[in-house]
Design a protein around this ligand. Structure first.
Ligand code: GRF
Length: 177
């Protein structure tokens, strides 16, 4: 069973649900986001773990890991989750946390990967699904797919389309499907 971490729109969560992957719970660091609405519409348990409700990041991560595990999560997918995870969380799901990132890592880590690729003037960027460690988009790459930058006007849309295909495919394989 899969716990999903979100922070925003939730289109990658939607792709996991559309692929009928066994998602058991959805946690967000931000209240009121569209991803939580999508999870609720799918009848899934949701909970917000805002940083300012906890003494520090470790305590937030510990509470979030416990909640996911209580609901049966054995692996975790970061689907547009915009915070780094501490050891307090990582150690609870060793080598079982994956993230989707809109570039060919190690190129363009961080929150502005699509804009950074455009500004750098590269011809090709892409999508990476990777294991999560303590770094910013630094964990072991599981799969990558290139996406041509041009036409620039549609780059974000084309990257998201690849994410929505690649993430469920990799997660499905990791779940033994
Ligand atoms: C995606 O581009 C993902 O790669 C990045 O943040 C975006 C989240 O989109 N980490 P969504 O919330 O899944 O729609």
């Amino acid at each position: 069973m899969i716990g999903v971490l979100v922070s925003g729109e939730g289109s990658n969560l939607q792709a996991l649900l559309a692929a009928r992957l066994p998602v058991c719970a959805v946690a967000s660091n931000r209240p009121g986001v569209r991803a939580l609405e999508r999870a609720e519409q799918a009848g899934l348990p949701t909970r917000v773990f805002a940083l300012d409700e906890f003494a520090d990041r470790e305590q937030r991560d510990r509470a979030m890991a416990s909640w996911l595990q209580e609901l049966g999560a054995r692996m975790v997918v970061c689907a547009g989750y915009m915070h780094l995870l501490t050891r307090a969380f990582l150690d609870r799901f060793p080598d079982r946390i994956v993230n989707v990132h809109p570039s060919l890592l190690p190129q363009f880590p961080g929150a502005r990967a699509i804009d950074d690729a455009l500004e750098a003037g590269v011809e090709t960027t892409g999508v990476t699904v990777h294991l999560v460690d303590e770094g910013l988009d630094t964990g072991r790459v599981i799969r990558q797919e290139p996406v041509p930058v041009r036409p620039a006007e549609t780059l974000a849309e084309r990257i998201h389309a690849v994410e929505h295909r690649l993430l469920p495919a990799v997660v499905g394989e990791l779940c033994g499907r």
